[in-house]
Design a protein. Structure first.
Length: 454
């Protein structure tokens, strides 16, 4: 991809995966520019790094040197976008984001983390272990690492950590040496139609792992492994298997002290630098890959303790005896359940008020009862309208599908324009924002306001 092109143009450059690849090509010395629908913290960061970004669907902004311009686009972009139609109609060389990542990973030792949830924190933690150990790695992450304030790490060491995204079957472009599967829940049914096809795709992914490599699957997760040549290992939170935690002791602030058990022995007194039992599980998965890769146990223990987490993944913004505020990217019912479970553990006895913005009409249609059940684990709920992302509205599909099935007495459905005024009318104890849409635009104003009260 790099031999004959001087300019890389990105359609949908503000996406978390797209922006990492854009940064990669910029670091390689190429001209990089792109389009996105709306400005965001990510696009502002790209612009500050010297990558021009525009926000109008404007074909005149596309570089006209067709033979030397390569276009990378995200499948989240609507098919009728003028820029996408233009580059197709003018025979620009082009590919999807997943194909570009697959090409970058080719020739490197790829350590890939897949799963319908948990993959961003796990892959970021794995990249941190390799970086903090001194070995180094390149990493393409699905979130902003708080240790490094970026979603891209670069190293001369030919080891690449990749978040392997199942959306649009993107992860089938990767052929890893070691792969993790954290979960195979039903999701993206607009792509897969049903759960069976989701599971089948994970089977295809694990079949692409090097025969002399390894597949690390969460205990109890359904993955068809008949076509997988690599050695299969299992990991768990505390269920005895190949890699698991034991001697788990709670520490102040929701963290844990634990022993990491692995086929070669035990790593005692591990702690993860961020709270939540689910992050012990993520740490076991990341550590399993690092151990199989050859990282020293002591280096793993040190790196776990210094891990600062990922922005928008159980991200604690305010934590005082009077008020707590957490933001989380959770947009699937099982992710919401896990986050609420962790909050109950960290903030026992506190009143949990959740703000949830559903993401996609299809996901809302497919999982409305499950969302309602998960959100009913809160004490109070503020529900916002659906964030459509790439989708057109579906008749009869709206947030009321979830709202009507939530069993809480204290629940309200409001437009997001009313959110701050509504919040200021309430007595806040422990607040959480959930969602993968633009609910993140409220993080800063909510945090600023709550700090005046705390």
């Amino acid at each position: 991809m790099t031999n004959m092109y001087s300019h890389y143009y990105f359609i949908g450059i503000g996406g978390i995966g797209m922006s990492a690849i854009a940064r990669y090509f910029k670091h390689q010395g190429f001209e990089v520019s792109g389009y996105d629908r709306t400005p965001s913290a990510l696009t502002h960061a790209l612009e500050a790094e010297g990558i021009p970004v525009h926000y109008e669907d404007d074909v005149t902004a596309i570089p006209q040197d067709i033979p030397h311009t390569f276009v990378i686009y995200t499948p989240a972009i609507p098919e009728d976008l003028n820029e996408l139609q233009y580059v197709r109609g003018h025979s620009y060389p082009m590919c999807k984001r997943s194909k570009a990542l697959g090409e970058i990973a080719r020739g490197q030792e790829c350590l890939a983390v897949s799963g319908t949830h948990g993959k961003t924190t796990t892959s970021t933690l794995l990249a941190h272990i390799l970086t903090a150990s001194g070995e180094g790695c390149s990493a393409f992450l699905g979130g902003i690492s708080k240790n490094y304030d970026t979603n891209l790490l670069l190293s001369r060491n030919p080891v690449l950590v990749a978040e392997a995204d199942e959306f649009d079957r993107s992860f089938l472009q990767l052929h890893p040496h070691i792969a993790v599967v954290t979960a195979t829940d039903a999701d993206h049914l607009d792509i897969y139609n049903d759960h069976a096809h989701v599971v089948e795709a994970f089977g295809q992914f694990t079949a692409q792992v090097d025969a002399d490599g390894a597949v690390v699957v969460k205990y109890g997760v359904d993955v068809p492994l008949a076509q997988t040549s690599a050695k299969v290992w299992r990991y768990a939170y505390d269920k005895p298997c190949d890699f698991y935690a034991s001697d788990i002791q709670p520490l102040e602030g929701g963290r844990f002290d634990f022993t990491l058990n692995h086929p070669g022995g035990r790593i005692e007194h591990c702690t993860v630098g961020i709270p939540g039992w689910v992050n012990v599980e993520n740490a076991v998965a990341a550590s399993a890959v690092a151990l199989l890769h050859g990282t020293a146990p002591g280096a793993i223990r040190d790196a776990l303790a210094s891990f600062q987490g990922v922005k928008r993944r159980f991200d604690i913004h305010v934590n005082t005896p009077r008020i707590a505020y957490i933001d989380d990217y959770a947009h699937h019912p099982n992710e919401i359940k896990a986050a609420i479970s962790s909050m109950r553990n960290i903030f026992p006895g506190r009143t949990l008020l959740g703000i949830f913005q559903p993401h996609l009409y299809t996901r809302t249609r497919d999982f409305a009862p499950e969302f309602a059940e998960a959100l009913s684990g809160l004490d109070a709920l503020i529900l916002l309208p659906i964030y459509p992302a790439r989708e057109e509205p579906i008749p009869g599909v709206n947030s009321e599908l979830i709202f009507d099935q939530v069993t809480l007495q204290d629940k309200v459905l409001i437009p997001k324009e009313q959110l701050m005024d509504h919040l200021k009318s309430r007595d806040i104890d422990c607040l959480v924002t959930f969602g993968a849409g633009d609910v993140d635009r409220f993080i800063e104003p909510i945090e600023t306001w709550l700090k005046t009260l705390a």
